[in-house]
Ligand binder design. Structure first.
Ligand code: GLU
Length: 376
């Protein structure tokens, strides 16, 4: 059964496995943890479990909580060192809180702290899948956050929206519910008169991106609408529905799923395991810029041939994930390179018949084979 409306997120048949992401501003208020609200949410999660749905929580709030304890200014986000220290302190409280509240419903919380690399590296991604599957089979509720204290600036998610989408992929979830401090995506900045909440989005197009007004309203989390749309893009290619709804109310899941208040991003297609992982990769080792002919051939499902490559960027090895872009800078696809960057540079623009002489060994059939390529 396909997810086509918000109520399906609370339906066991349509959504056997649900990821719920809770933003920092919902968890932490001016006076510390918003415990009463969180108790209500955990009651809703327990109800989802009782209906037979698997539930995974992606919880922000470590930095905000730790910053309050350590009395760091700017909510602990003044510098990377502050954020990392704050997260180290706040994460203990955060996981204790979830364990307590879930425990009151007889549910066992399981903490996973992930870094970007844990989900970008194929082997580690599969390992995360195995752990999540085992935990869910054993009846636990995984509570996940980024491992903020060790993640370095260049290789961190930085927002839990994309983390939630990647976790949903790894866990084989049907849907992600991003609980935030906004009702969903509006057709323009919600502060402007006449702004309308979009109930449904079929494909995150350039027009949809233009509607996102940027930064987080609360200033507490780091997400904002931009990262939520990126999360929706990851989800929609992986056959996962994603909803944005407000958590600023009691019983937010009922409000989103029962009353239908929120924005639902419908899945666009269902890439299978490895292709979904590749399509959702956030950091790539390099890029191949292609000419218009190659771009057309790719769109028809062909492999990328060296003759159509116009430029090679970055340093990558054979087997590394690279972006494939057109001359205007639009990313058309992700793929695994059959050659390293130097060889790609030597082969680019050259016909296949010449490759053997250039390389000095029997060439491969393509620079990126279509089996190792995902159109975006
Ligand atoms: N991982 C961060 C935290 O726990 C939150 C990231 C975000 O704001 O999305 O505080």
């Amino acid at each position: 059964m396909q997810i086509v409306r918000l109520s399906h997120l609370a339906d066991k048949a349509a959504c056997p496995r649900l990821v719920v992401k809770v933003g920092s501003s919902l968890l932490v208020g001016a006076d510390g943890v918003r415990r009463a609200w969180l108790e209500g949410l955990v009651g809703e999660l327990a109800a989802a479990r009782a209906r037979g749905q698997d539930v995974i929580v992606v919880s922000s709030g470590a930095i905000a909580l730790g910053a309050a304890t350590l009395r760091l200014d700017k909510g602990g986000r003044g510098s990377l060192a502050d954020a990392q220290a704050a997260a180290a302190v706040g994460q203990i409280a955060l996981s204790g809180l979830w364990a307590d509240l879930l425990g009151a419903h007889g549910l066992t919380a399981a903490q996973l702290l992930l870094t970007l690399d844990d989900l970008e590296d194929r082997r580690r991604y599969l390992n995360a899948t195995a752990t999540l599957t085992r935990l869910l089979d054993a009846g636990a509720v995984p509570v996940i956050n980024e491992n903020d204290s060790v993640a370095t600036q260049e290789i961190r998610f930085g927002d839990n929206d994309r983390l939630a989408a990647r976790v949903a992929q790894a866990a084989g979830a049907s849907a992600v519910l991003l609980l935030s401090d906004v009702d969903g995506l509006f057709d323009r900045n919600p502060a402007q008169p006449g702004a309308t909440l979009l109930a449904e989005v079929r494909g995150v197009t350039a027009e949809i991106h233009a509607m996102a007004s940027g930064g987080s309203a609360s200033g507490m989390g780091s997400g904002g609408m931009t990262s939520k749309l990126q999360a929706a893009e990851i989800a929609e290619r992986a056959g996962i529905a994603l909803a944005i709804a407000s958590g600023l109310h009691d019983a937010p899941i009922e409000r989103a799923c029962g009353q239908g208040i929120g924005t639902l991003f419908l899945p666009r297609r269902k890439d299978a395991g490895r292709k979904a992982w590749l399509g959702g990769r956030l950091r790539l080792k390099g890029a191949l810029v292609v000419d218009a002919g190659a771009a057309r051939a790719l769109a028809k499902g062909s492999s990328l041939l060296a003759a159509g490559v116009a430029a090679v960027e970055g340093e990558f090895q054979r087997g590394d994930a690279v972006a494939i872009r057109d001359g205007a800078g639009t990313t058309l696809a992700h793929g695994l390179a059959e050659y390293d960057a130097l060889e790609c540079a030597r082969l680019m623009g050259r016909q296949s018949g010449e490759h053997g002489d250039i390389l000095g060994y029997a060439p491969r059939s393509a620079v990126v084979h279509r089996d190792q390529l995902v159109l975006l």
